[in-house]
Design a protein around this ligand. Structure first.
Ligand SMILES: Nc1ncnc2c1ncn2[C@@H]1O[C@H](COP(=O)(O)OP(=O)(O)OP(=O)(O)O)[C@@H](O)[C@H]1O
Length: 265
């Protein structure tokens, strides 16, 4: 498969009040077009730092990140980010929140009518077509996350970066959104990097799970290929011995191989 994104020997050192702190060391990873990769690891190991580096919100202290042959040095619409807590503008409606992103990316490229169709299409993808004129305060947490995902997809990013996108949601809403994301990814062949703390979520959604060692100087410990056939259905997987085995491998990495959490992490 064609490599879309390459993280090469990335290190990240922060200057803090108590001196320099090396969060990441020698992180290298190639991600193929259409691949769904999850990052998992104990709190403070550097998952968000990796995502922020790919998003261009941070600059690596060493090494580099190449997206389609071009070095990543700043944020760009080809890398949309979905955060754990929605980042919708409260004074705009659902429609207007997505419209803002669409106008920024497609101004001069799509006509007004095409933009409207595109906004409606993306809100339909996340099943939010019924609440177009509501403001964020008038919809549930899960619905806000759906709008955040629609907004990110509407930018037609080359890579969708998700930082615990479902972490703040109840289990049922989370399951619905995981299913929606799987449908969307299957239909659009999106390339996704997702941070999660949820082992079941990682196994259900991913093509590969990247497991990070504890910090400081965290790096990639192991990479687990999730070779379960798609489409995947959570109920069928519950009785699948291979699913159980994959889940066990992640748990073993987290709680046996990386059980010691550094003080201050
Ligand atoms: N701007 C910063 N300045 C100093 N240290 C930082 C900064 N950002 C992150 N760190 C440190 O880098 C390490 C990695 O942080 P990061 O947020 O990437 O971890 P994480 O794995 O995403 O954590 P969590 O799972 O708790 O969200 C932590 O020790 C954190 O305190």
């Amino acid at each position: 498969m064609k490599t879309l994104l390459e993280i090469s020997n990335v290190g990240m050192t922060f200057n803090t009040a108590s001196g320099s702190f090396t969060a990441l060391k020698e992180v290298s990873l190639k991600i193929a077009e259409g691949e769904f990769v999850s990052l998992i690891g104990h709190s403070g190991c550097g998952k968000s730092t990796v995502l922020n580096l790919v998003g261009g919100l941070l600059q690596a202290s060493s090494g580099g990140i190449i997206l389609e042959g071009k070095e990543v040095s700043e944020p760009g619409p080809e890398r949309a980010i979905v955060f754990q807590n929605h980042s919708l503008l409260p004074w705009l409606t659902v429609w207007e929140n997505v419209e803002l992103a669409v106008r920024t990316v497609f101004r001069g490229k799509k006509s007004r009518a095409e933009m409207s169709e595109w906004i409606a299409h993306n809100l339909d993808l996340v099943h939010m077509g019924h609440a177009l004129h509501k403001r964020p305060s008038e919809i549930s947490g899960g619905m806000k996350q759906r709008v955040g995902i629609a907004r990110a997809l509407a930018m037609q990013p080359r890579v969708l970066l998700m930082d615990e996108p479902f972490g703040a949601l109840d289990a049922l809403t989370r399951a619905h959104l995981q299913d929606t994301l799987m449908e969307i990814q299957r239909d659009l062949n999106s390339t996704v990097i997702m941070i999660t703390h949820d082992v079941d979520e990682a196994v259900l959604l991913s093509d590969r799970i990247v497991m990070m060692t504890n910090g400081p100087s965290a790096t990639i410990g192991e990479i687990l290929a999730i070779d379960l056939a798609r489409p995947r259905h959570r109920l069928d997987l519950a009785d699948d011995p291979h699913y159980t085995q994959l889940r066990h491998s992640v748990l073993q990495f987290l709680y046996e191989k990386q059980s010691h959490i550094e003080a201050g992490a």
